[in-house]
Design a protein around this ligand. Structure first.
Ligand code: ACK
Length: 917
């Protein structure tokens, strides 16, 4: 009976009373089936010898387990001696008690293992040597490490090794849709357990690991490389429609460059570059533009420049001009293609020639998209006159003791008709200490009066209407000892000496005159308000004050064109003017193309004076014709409301425009705007017109960043400008204090020089992107601070040269201020040499911070500190106000501090000032 009282069959033996027992029981042949170590689990019961009375000496409590390896599955007789003993098996302590009737049976389970490697199979045998034993069951098995998938590699069911310590190395195979990363390997231990896996596989592109298998990426996802961690969502502007995508396709209109990784969003080519401006300087042109409005989602925008040389003609390309590519002799700096900066200097152009420059913007997908002309902007320019280029080579012939004949080629770029050549030469030993000059109309000259056997150095230069070009490089020729023919013998060296010393004296005198004139004034003394002088100057058009006309309508019809109201199409209101609304709209005059215009109207119910004042602006504007002065298209006076029609300026007034684009322009662009304003003001001053209300709010800006002076009229300075104030002095009207020169505030001395002062303020407004001059100081404080010598400081990042120009415009003595013509020259020079704009006063603010530490350690005197922050010119003023030491400043309360206008101004100048204190 077994534990559950079910009858079972057992092999039994119990010859405990007889000595020398040797009873064998043998199994059938057991095939090895590839196993190398087999396990034998034996279940048996064994009688305790003590429980058997009278058996001492013969009774045993063990049996022996044997095995015999064999290829034969039917061996009928195997000798006992051919069996190998596995073990002597004893009953275990932990046997199970089984009640069998009135007896308690103890069922033992013992497992033994044995290496079987030599034959196909084996037999087991049990030897009893005198125990009372029943063999209940024998189970024979071997162990395997079961089939498994690790690191995406499948490892098969593997039979363990022969020894208890042996490890079987197994190579895995990659699962479907995967590839080997590193040879997948694992060891199968003797106990049937796998050890740590080595290497493994990775899912193929388009597949990711899910539950130990490689599954296709779903639509909308992709996996590009097997090493990518998993399927990723398609990047912006792309999609995948089917499962298993290795890359996402771009949406229509979006592209991917060959070098773009699949994880990058699909992108677009850039839009056209913007705001291309050109500044012509003789035969070079500076082109500058701003990056495209739309970069297409990429950061690899580059530009290339197309240069076309154009002749005016009947051809339809480029606006009725015939254009051909510029020659290879044109220079582009820093280059013509692959540009990453937005400024190019084009030089070596021909003088007096029309050019068209096209700036193309491209990026990595421009080619893929097949995009062409849409991404470019162009500008047409005409180069100015320029001096001829240097003569490149000189030859000497007919050389004798005292003479030689010199000849040369015309310069490569004469840039005009050559009027004459100048030859300069000297003895090489003398260097240029004494030289002779000869002039000739032809390309050769006979030089005589030379010393024999002497080396001479020759330079030649050409002159056109534009002036002299540069001298050629030096060419050396030597006279010889040949006496024949002695041309020009009469010119001896004494004459040479005389002429040279004459030239020297002349040079000395002119240098002295130059130095003296420089000493007198930085800007050659100007007759800022010498109306008489201009009246005397024939050919200069003088502005006519419309108020000198008795009948104001006569003035208006003299200077402005009457426009038929039916040709005006008003579109929208853009602002409020002094006399009524300002609208934008279109004007179509017969025979001309339609243009955009601004329309100012005079509101109903006006007085006679208002009508006159309103129309006076048109009468003034109508007299001007300059690219930097707002152009009058005409007036409507024959029906109501009265209107003044001017050209339309897309970007509105300059102050608001700059505030809107704070920090977005290059210094060159800002200087370009200032140049435009200066050019307009020069024109006005040449016409003897004094503007009186020059301020950034009265400058208008068009879509090409061209600035034009506007807001003309006589009464308006006194009445319509909200900046003008009537509370301070001015029996004659209101004055925009912050923009007005001190003499104009004090005794209404409005002149071109006071316009120059206002221009300096406009410069400051432009460079500070529309900041309010003198910030929140009140008008009284501004007047006082100016009186005490305070001037606006350089705005952030303002080039030192520009601030110096502002300070010059703000000279107390109006005769010391530059003229608009000088300002214009100066700005042109800066544009030609942008390097000069590089130095800014930024370092002063640094020094301010430094001063703070120095002051707290009381190392500095007041004077030293003012010096360190570039404000030493205020020392005397501070001293006069009783501040002679840093301590006296430190003792100031905040209230006292802000009640002193100069200190207030200083505070604004150096924002660290308060902190310093
Ligand atoms: O700053 P804004 O837009 O520019 O607002 C004022 C407003 O009308 C009242 O003067 C605008 N404005 C005046 N003249 C013109 C013009 N010719 N083109 C465009 N805007 C103009 C000005």
């Amino acid at each position: 009976m077994d534990e559950k009282n079910i009858p079972i069959r057992t092999y039994q033996v119990c010859n405990v009373l007889e000595p020398n027992q040797n009873n064998w029981l043998r199994t059938d042949w057991i095939p090895r089936s590839g196993a190398q170590r087999v396990y034998v689990e034996v279940k048996f019961t064994l009688r305790d010898c003590n429980s058997l009375p009278g058996v001492t000496g013969t009774c045993k409590e063990t049996f022996n387990l044997y095995y015999h390896e064999s290829n034969e599955d039917r061996e009928s007789y195997i000798k006992e001696s051919s069996f190998i003993k596995v073990d002597t098996v004893a009953a275990d302590e932990s046997f199970t008690q089984v009640d069998v009737g009135d007896r308690i049976m103890k069922l033992n389970t013992e497992v033994r293992d044995v290496k079987v490697t030599t034959r196909k199979g084996f037999y087991l045998a049990f030897q009893d040597v005198g125990a009372c034993i029943a063999l209940v069951s024998v189970r024979v098995f071997y162990k395997t490490c079961p089939l498994t998938v690790r690191n995406l590699a499948t490892f098969p069911d593997t039979i363990t090794g022969a020894d208890t310590s042996s490890l079987v190395e197994v190579r895995g195979s990659c699962v479907n849709q995967s590839e080997e990363r590193e040879e997948p390997k694992m060891y199968c231990g003797a106990d049937g357990e796998w050890l740590v896996p080595i290497g493994g596989c990775l899912c193929n592109p388009g597949y990711e690991e899910r539950g130990g298998a490689c599954k296709a990426c779903r639509a909308g996802f992709y996996k590009a490389k097997s090493t990518d961690p998993g399927c990723a969502k398609c990047p912006p502007h792309s999609h995948s429609l089917r499962d298993g995508a290795t890359i996402c396709d771009c949406h229509a209109g979006f592209f991917r460059a060959d070098t773009d990784p699949p994880s990058m969003a699909c992108t677009q080519p850039p839009s056209a570059p913007q705001q291309l401006i050109s500044v012509v300087n003789e035969t070079s042109v500076v082109l500058e533009w701003t990056p495209p409005h739309r970069l297409g989602g990429r950061s690899d925008t580059s530009y290339s420049l197309e240069c076309l040389i154009c002749q005016t003609g009947s051809h339809s390309h480029t606006g009725g001009r015939f254009c051909a590519p510029c020659g290879s002799d044109v220079l582009f700096s820093p280059g013509q293609t692959g540009l990453t900066t937005t400024r190019v200097v084009v030089s070596e152009l021909r003088a007096h020639t029309h050019y068209t420059f096209i700036v193309h913007a491209r990026n990595g997908v421009s080619q893929a998209s097949g995009a062409g002309a849409a991404q470019s902007v162009s500008v047409s320019v005409t180069t100015n006159q320029a001096a001829p280029s240097p003569v490149s080579s000189i030859q000497a012939t007919d050389v004798t003791r005292h003479s030689l004949s010199l000849s040369w080629q015309q310069p490569d770029r004469p840039n005009g008709v050559i009027l004459e050549y100048e030859v300069k030469f000297y003895e090489k030993d003398q260097r240029e200490r004494s030289y002779r000059i000869m002039r000739t109309f032809s390309r050769s000259v006979d030089v005589t009066g030379l010393n024999p056997l002497t080396v001479y150095v020759f330079h030649v230069r050409a002159r056109t209407a534009a002036g002299y070009g540069e001298f050629s490089t030096p060419f050396e020729f030597s006279t010889n000892s040949d006496p024949f023919p002695l041309i020009g013998e009469g010119v001896n060296s004494a004459f040479l000496l005389l002429s040279v010393s004459g030239v020297g004296i002349l040079l000395l005198i002119s240098a002295a005159v130059f130095i003296i004139s420089r000493r007198r004034s930085k800007y050659s003394k100007t007759k800022q308000d010498s109306e008489e002088e201009k009246h005397l100057n024939p050919g200069v058009k003088i502005y006519v004050d419309p108020f000198t006309y008795e009948d104001p309508d006569q003035a208006i019809h003299e200077f402005a064109k009457e426009i038929d109201v039916s040709s005006i199409h008003i579109e929208k209101v853009i602002g409020m003017g002094e006399f009524g609304e300002v609208c934008s709209g279109r004007l179509r005059v017969q025979g001309k193309r339609e243009i955009y215009v601004a329309i100012k109207s005079l509101k109903a119910g006006y007085s006679d004076k208002q009508r006159r004042d309103f129309l006076s602006e048109a009468s003034i504007m109508g007299q001007f014709d300059h690219p930097n002065i707002i152009r009058l298209e005409g007036v409507v006076t024959r029906c109501k409301p009265l209107m003044i029609i001017t050209e339309y300026m897309e970007n509105g007034s300059l102050d608001a425009f700059l505030r809107k684009h704070d920090g977005q322009f290059t210094v060159i662009q800002l200087v370009g705007m200032l140049r435009g304003i200066a050019s307009g003001m020069k024109y006005l001053s040449d016409m003897n017109y004094v503007h009186r209300d020059l301020a950034a709010r009265n400058i208008l800006v068009n879509s090409n960043l061209v600035c034009k002076v506007s807001d003309f009229g006589l009464s308006r300075v006194l009445e319509d400008d909200p900046e003008a104030t009537g509370t301070y002095l001015s029996p004659g009207g209101k004055i925009p204090i912050r923009w007005t020169a001190p003499e104009a505030i004090a005794y209404r001395k409005f002149t071109t020089a006071s316009d120059v002062w206002s221009y300096g303020i406009v410069m400051w407004e432009v460079v500070s992107y529309g900041e309010r001059p003198y910030w929140d100081m009140n008008n009284q404080d501004v007047i006082k601070a100016i009186e005490e010598g305070y001037r606006l400081p350089a705005p952030m990042d303002c080039p030192v040269v520009l601030h110096q120009l502002m300070l010059d415009c703000w000279e107390r003595d109006r005769a010391e201020r530059p003229t608009f013509s000088q300002i214009l020259n100066m700005l042109d020079k800066l544009i030609r040499n942008p390097g000069t704009l590089r130095r800014t006063g930024g370092e002063r603010y640094l020094q301010c911070t430094k001063a703070k530490t120095e002051i707290s350690s009381s190392k500095w005197s007041l004077c030293e500190w003012l010096q360190s922050i570039g404000l030493e010119r205020y020392r005397d003023t501070l001293a006069a106000a009783g501040y002679t030491s840093l301590d006296s400043l430190l003792a100031l309360t905040h209230h006292e501090f802000s009640s002193h206008s100069l200190l207030m101004a200083l505070k604004q100048t150096c924002f660290a000032f308060v902190d310093c204190i």
